[in-house]
Design a binder for this molecule. Structure first.
Ligand code: CU
Length: 264
């Protein structure tokens, strides 16, 4: 069933993606059992309780408790999937891991905006420049970055997400306007981007993105929350590079940011 379901899924290119997929498969197994079980029960009742066999209505109904036991069992399995698998996984691998440990390699900020993704890179120094709500401007400075801060000099923003392969990436997801949802299908990452709240998420890419996106699967950032009329076009490119290529890319972006100075 796993390989059957995988035919409809994007490829997995993250370290934790296999666990997410497993959970999806368990849920599908449960749904298949329920679908077939209830289908058989439905057909059974059509014959067992048809009018020829039961000309007179029975006002007392069912006396046994089999259906209650069944419903309890289904609720129990669902609770195990949620409490036993889903929540611990999310806490260990994604949001919890990001909040607790600092052993990430790259730290970025992601700010959703109608209708694009803005990624804030701290530049070569790895330190984010100061930001202030007073400096926020929807067209030229979504981050509210204070360019007079020395740490902000080499900061730059991008509407695509470029990251190195096999490095632990920590992103702080937030929003400029309404609620969006930061979605990296191939990384099995999906996190609501909420104005006023910064949610940490970690992931590690296990392979580089396809060189020719026209010929193969396109790796992208999507928005998984209906956020307005332009929601459909709220996407960006996800580019996973070898470490050297990533460093070269960062150098170029920093150079450009330094040349442009205040302009964003
Ligand atoms: Cu959106």
């Amino acid at each position: 069933m796993k390989s059957f379901l995988q035919l409809w899924m994007p490829s997995n290119a993250s370290t934790h993606g296999g666990s997410v997929d497993n959970l999806i498969f368990y849920i599908h197994w449960l749904m298949l059992v329920l679908f077939v079980g209830w289908g058989i029960f439905f057909v059974y009742t059509l014959f067992r309780f048809n009018r020829t066999r039961n000309p007179k209505a029975d006002y007392h109904g069912v006396k046994n408790h089999y259906s209650s036991y069944l419903e309890f069992a289904v609720a129990l399995i669902e609770a195990v999937l949620l409490i036993g698998f889903s929540l611990p996984f999310w806490i260990q691998e994604i949001a919890g891991a990001a909040e607790e440990n600092t052993d990430h390699d790259i730290e970025l900020r992601v700010i959703g905006q109608q209708f694009q993704w803005n990624i804030h890179y701290p530049g070569k120094d790895g330190i984010f420049g100061k930001t202030s709500p007073n400096l926020v401007d929807g067209t030229s400075n979504v981050l509210g970055l204070d360019r007079s801060d020395p740490n902000a000099k080499d900061d730059f923003s991008s509407q695509g997400l470029s990251i190195p392969v096999n490095k632990k990436i920590l992103v702080h997801v937030s929003s400029y306007d309404v609620i969006h949802s930061f979605f990296l299908p191939v990384m099995r990452v999906k996190q609501d981007a909420i104005p006023g709240i910064s949610v940490p998420v970690v992931f590690t890419a296990t392979e580089t993105s396809p060189k020719d996106p026209k010929k193969s699967e396109k790796w992208e950032i999507g928005c998984a929350q209906l956020c307005g009329t332009g929601h459909y076009k709220m996407q960006g490119d996800l580019v996973v590079l070898e470490e050297d290529a990533y460093n070269t890319w960062v150098d170029e972006q920093v150079k450009q940011a330094l040349e442009e100075g205040e302009a964003w």
